[in-house]
Design a binder for this molecule. Sequence first.
Ligand code: DOR
Ligand code: ZN
Length: 351
Amino acid sequence: METLTLTRPDDWHLHLRDGTALQAVLPHTARQFARAIVMPNLKPPVTTVADAAAYRDRIVAALPAGSDFTPLMTLYLTDATSPDEVRRAKDSGFVHAVKLYPAGATTNSAAGVTDLRHCWPTLETMQAIGLPLLIHGEVTDPAVDLFDRERVFIDEQLIPLRAAFPALRVVFEHITTREAADYVTDCDGAGTTRAPTIAATITAHHLLYSRNALFAGGLRPHWYCLPVLKRETHRLALVEAATSGRSCFFLGTDSAPHARRLKESACCGAGAFTAFHAIELYAEAFERAGRLDRLEAFASFFGADFYGLERNRATITIERAAWTIPHELPFGDDRLVPLDAGGVLQWKLAA
Ligand code: DOR
Ligand code: ZN
């Protein structure tokens, strides 16, 4: 059988939730990944180092016996996050970044930032101490077309922010457009000796699907996430970026579980659940691009390098073996539908 052995990957953007949802989804991630950057958009959000410590304890307690998975914690930036709090975060050793949600941009972002100017002293401190800012890069102005919100964010928010804080380390999360891929490529300091100040995560779903998937034969809520899937030209640009071998692009699933009952409703929340089959989805995308040879660096090297962490030493193996994605998975009192349920994948993680 054809197999591919990779350094064990990390997921640099993950929603684990809490309580019974956490218990249901965490084993899927821990089976594949050594570490994950855990998003702080709980209700209420993880805004302090004390919250992050308590959340980390709950994650570790929910791990399957014998798992050595390490959660890498983040803080949720608000208008009121103080410079002292980010200093404490850096000193903690277990908080690795601070996440910017523009208020109202996505799921559980109501407590997010209403105006970046409120955060100026805190961002200055993060720049000085080298704590990365993770950005949900979409404007929230309802007058801006939903499909343009990332592109407009680059011009209106990201470029001015990076001009004001040129040494601030930024991860532009789950990019979805050619403009974002081009922006990050252009800013990347590859070939220079300075540490890079910008990188981007790319999800498996944005590599595999265009917005047509949202409307294939009807309206498909399980494909609805934010930033929303874009046109095919953007998907192609993301595939090019992910498979380029550039170290400024790395794996972040943005796996975001929502209960089946809430997804399949008149107003469904944004989020695609991909933690169950993450590495297999990425393998599919890289193979279709003829670049399976570049999967390992994207999945297992570049993120660790950007965050200044050691690369993993253990390995995982995937095998070429067609299998069908299950229609649903247990999820506390409800059920969870993995992305592309019923679809067939060509690679499978070896047991
Ligand atoms: O699709 C998304 N789901 N995008 C986000 O930014 C948040 C996430 C969630 O928490 O469900
Ligand atoms: Zn996310």
